[in-house]
Structure formats: structure tokens, C-alpha cells
Design a protein around this ligand. Structure first.
Ligand SMILES: [Zn+2]
Ligand SMILES: [Zn+2]
Length: 321
């Protein structure tokens, strides 16, 4: 890993219609990029895909000194595949990604939403390219409870929860339904969706480009037949991004302290599933809000006992595949 200068100075990231927008949530800011080549990659081999983490926290943003190193923003991952920009989830990390993109002019991006829990959508109203009339955003998500992706994302921008509605966006927006087993092609990029195991549903995605495979599978509870679906989805992936919110002790605690049925998994289950699927590198993701930097590093150390190539996803971490 190496450090490079801060990527997204805040001062220049003024979105259009700033006056109409509410103050951004107080979460940690954009971090310096840290680069890592995937363990399987040989020296001199060409990079096909760049993956960068902008939000790695689960359930709720968690800013403060205890999350300084790993980061406090919720789910958002940027993937570059040639000319295609793919974004997984619109958690609070999307805000800093948007500022970084806005500095370079208009944005063309495809956004894949796993599901509509707040920690995966709360960044969308603060995404600067959505206010740029020259930007083009295509947003993919599942239809749930009879509502399509547009209706579901609009639902967080209504009174009394939010001051402005989705009509405030000036970008060219397209909303595309996607479901379990759905396949999408973007130029030379292919994506496949699979239903995970999570209350209300959550889609995992397998992204293939240039002979590389990335699997984004967050908000997933292990221990059902969905494990087999995930193993198939993640088969021989170069990188699996996986929900490791709980420790086994938290998950299996007795009585009211048990986290069973909450829709999340453990680092141990992640490492076991990664082994079963022949995954090259596992990135533990969706860290619990209360898990401090040392505790996140500790769970990745413990996961490496089962799956050697395991890291903890952290804000600003960039991985070349
Ligand atoms: Zn979540
Ligand atoms: Zn969720």
C-alpha cells in the first residue's frame, strides 16, 4: 500500500442549487488513497479494474477518533473498468465520491443499489453529480413491496424526513429494475445480480471485466441455502467484498444479545465462504459502528487464520485487479 495526496478537497465541490440542499451529515471526510495490488496479481500484469472504498461502515455512519483509520462512512464502492464507472451503493461515502467526481466535470456512472436500508441510500441526496445537468446517472435496484427503484429512492426525500424531493436533481437520471439472476452489460463489463439473505432482501453483484472478477455481497446473513448461491456468485473471484458486521460471539450470544436474524454475517463465515468459492482476496466490509480501528484490524487478523488473503476494507483503500 502507498499513500498519495488527498483526493477530494472539499472547497471546490459546490454542487448546483447548493442553497436548496440541506447541510451534509457530519461524517468523516475523503481520505488519501492507499493503493494495493490484489494478491494474485503478478508484477507487470496489466490492471483491468480499479476498486476504491468510499464507505465501509454498516448500519450507521460512525465518525470519531475510534474510526479514524478505517473510516466512519457507510457503504459506497467505486469501480473503474476502462471508460465505465460503476458505483456500488449510495451510503454516506457517496458524498465524498461525488465531490471528487464533480471536480473533473460531468459524470457518467452506473449505480447499483444492493437494497434500501438507510446506510445504503442516505448519501444519494448529497451526491454532487446528481445536481449537474451534464451528468448521466443510471441507477439499478430491485423492485420491493410493489415499488420500483425510483419510487423507493424517492421515499427518503419526502416530508417530514427531507426538505427537497428527487425532482431537485438536474442530472439525466435513468432508473432500471434489476432482480435475482438479472444480467446487465455495460460495454465490456458484465454484471450479474443474486439475492442474498437479508431482511427485506439485498442483491449481491458479480462484476466481470478484462478477465477479472469482483463480487460485492453486503448485508448478508450466513447459515441458509443462500450460502450456496453466494458461493456460486463468488466462484473464483479476484476480490469478494463481504458483510462481516459481527464477531461469532456477538452473533451467537445468548438471549436478547444474540444477533441472529439481524441480516448480517461474521468474519469467520466470510472466510469460510471465500475458501469454498475459491476467492483470491476477501475484503471484510460493513463494519459495525461501534467497532474501533483496532477491533477491525483484529477481526481481519482472525479471518486470515481461515482465509489467508483477507483484508479489512477501509476508506480510501484502492485495489487494482
Ligand atoms: Zn447495511
Ligand atoms: Zn441492510
Amino acid at each position: 500500500m502507498k499513500k498519495s495526496p488527498r483526493a477530494a478537497p472539499h472547497a471546490r465541490a459546490k454542487p448546483k442549487r447548493a442553497a436548496a440542499r440541506p447541510s451534509p451529515a457530519k461524517t468523516s471526510s475523503a481520505r488519501p488513497a492507499r493503493k494495493q495490488r490484489v494478491a494474485s496479481q503478478r508484477a507487470g500484469e496489466q490492471t483491468a479494474m480499479q476498486v476504491r472504498f468510499w464507505g465501509v461502515r454498516g448500519s450507521l455512519a460512525s465518525a470519531g477518533p475510534h474510526t479514524e483509520r478505517i473510516g466512519g462512512n457507510t457503504s459506497c464502492v467505486e469501480v473503474r473498468c476502462g471508460d465505465e464507472l460503476i458505483i456500488f451503493d449510495c451510503g454516506t461515502g457517496l458524498r465524498a465520491l461525488g465531490m471528487s467526481l464533480a471536480e473533473k466535470g460531468a459524470t457518467r456512472a452506473s449505480i447499483f443499489v444492493s437494497h434500501y436500508h438507510w446506510d445504503h441510500i442516505a448519501g444519494l441526496p448529497f451526491f454532487a453529480p446528481a445536481y449537474d445537468p451534464h451528468s448521466q446517472l443510471t441507477i439499478y435496484g430491485a423492485t420491493r413491496m410493489g415499488k420500483d427503484v425510483r419510487q423507493l429512492l424517492s421515499g427518503q426525500m419526502v416530508d417530514p424526513y427531507f426538505p427537497v424531493d428527487l425532482g431537485v436533481f438536474n442530472a439525466r437520471l435513468q432508473f432500471v429494475p434489476i432482480e435475482d439472476g438479472g444480467r446487465t452489460t455495460l460495454g465490456a463489463v458484465t454484471l450479474q445480480a443474486a439475492e442474498l439473505c437479508h431482511p427485506g432482501g439485498s442483491l449481491g453483484y458479480r462484476l466481470e471485466f478484462g478477465g477479472r472478477v469482483l463480487v460485492y455481497a453486503t448485508d448478508f446473513e450466513h447459515g441458509t441455502e443462500a450460502d450456496d448461491r453466494l458461493v456460486e456468485l463468488a466462484r473464483n473471484a479476484d476480490l469478494l467484498i463481504f458483510d462481516a458486521q459481527f464477531t461469532p460471539d456477538e452473533y451467537d450470544a445468548k438471549g436478547a444479545r444474540s444477533r441472529r436474524g439481524w441480516g448480517h454475517s461474521t468474519y469467520e463465515a466470510g472466510a469460510t465462504l471465500a475458501q469454498r468459492a475459491g476467492v483470491k482476496q476477501l475484503a471484510l466490509f460493513h463494519h459495525a459502528p461501534e467497532r474501533d480501528d483496532a477491533a477491525v484490524e483484529e477481526i481481519s487478523r482472525l479471518a486470515r487464520r481461515t482465509h489467508k488473503k483477507t483484508i479489512a476494507a477501509s476508506e480510501g483503500l484502492s485495489i487494482d485487479l
